[in-house]
Write a protein that binds this ligand. Structure first.
Ligand SMILES: [Fe+2]
Length: 245
């Protein structure tokens, strides 16, 4: 019996690894950002999402004043076209759209738009990977004052975050929700992003999981992550809110 103590822990059976049915971050509307380049690619990605077990995708094109100058109207038109194409291709998946807002000087103007694209009560935001916006805290406050909950896309990918515990905790204290990319757990974005994703998971700081898929390669990596026991730890340590949306 004494040897049983040293026996390797049994891996959890596949069926107890939780399934994700709702994705809340992707770039599937063709031709309006760095995501799917045409409808053919959008359809391929949608088929892949469906095959991976997703029943609903809320796709989130970039909106940035110095890059992708998308508007809520453009996104909604793209969404309608994507829905039509998915129906024609008989892909049975619910499709919705919001946006991934880049925190730059133009953001305050976006925030005043009554047509602003939210995911329920959440506003998906991102920042530069290199430097934190000087007005980050003010922007978070303004988002909340406008009645939304800030959801920071891929907090594990920001290279300006150096003191993990301190800096992430400070954001959380301000009411920032964290959406981690599943592919970060596979080193798809490099070792540093993986380390930070694992830190956030271990600390129970993850609120949402996103695919952030732009291309088929990412969808393939996503398939591997979704079949990995790492999900067991993520769901064990964190309260994942995807299915509430
Ligand atoms: Fe994204």
């Amino acid at each position: 019996m004494i040897f049983s103590f040293f026996r390797k822990k049994k891996k959890p059976p596949r069926e107890v690894i939780p399934q994700l049915h709702t994705d809340i971050h992707s770039h599937l509307i063709p031709g309006i950002d760095d995501g799917a380049r045409d409808m053919e690619e959008s359809i391929l990605l949608l088929r892949m999402m469906k095959a991976l077990g997703y029943q609903k995708v809320i796709t989130t094109p970039h909106i940035m004043s110095d890059g992708y100058k998308n508007t809520p109207r453009l996104v909604r038109e793209g969404l309608e076209a994507l829905r039509r194409a998915a129906k024609e291709e008989e892909i049975d998946i619910e499709i919705d759209a919001a946006a991934e807002y880049y925190l730059d000087d133009g953001f305050y103007t976006q925030l005043k738009d009554p047509d602003i694209l939210t995911i329920g009560e959440y506003l998906l935001i991102e920042t530069s990977y290199i430097s934190k916006p000087l007005e980050f805290d003010t922007m978070i406050f303004e988002i909340q004052a406008a009645g939304f909950k800030p959801m920071l896309a891929h907090p594990e990918r920001y290279r300006y975050i150096k003191e993990l515990e301190k800096e992430y905790a400070a954001m959380k204290e301000k009411g920032v929700f964290f959406q981690v990319n599943l592919n970060s757990f596979s080193a798809h974005y490099g070792k540093e992003a993986k380390r930070k994703a694992e830190f956030l998971s271990g600390a129970g700081m993850i609120d949402f999981l996103g695919s952030d898929i732009h291309r088929m390669k990412q969808a393939e990596t996503l398939g591997e992550v979704l079949n990995d026991e790492i999900l067991y730890g993520i769901f064990g340590n964190n309260t994942i809110l995807n299915e509430s949306l």
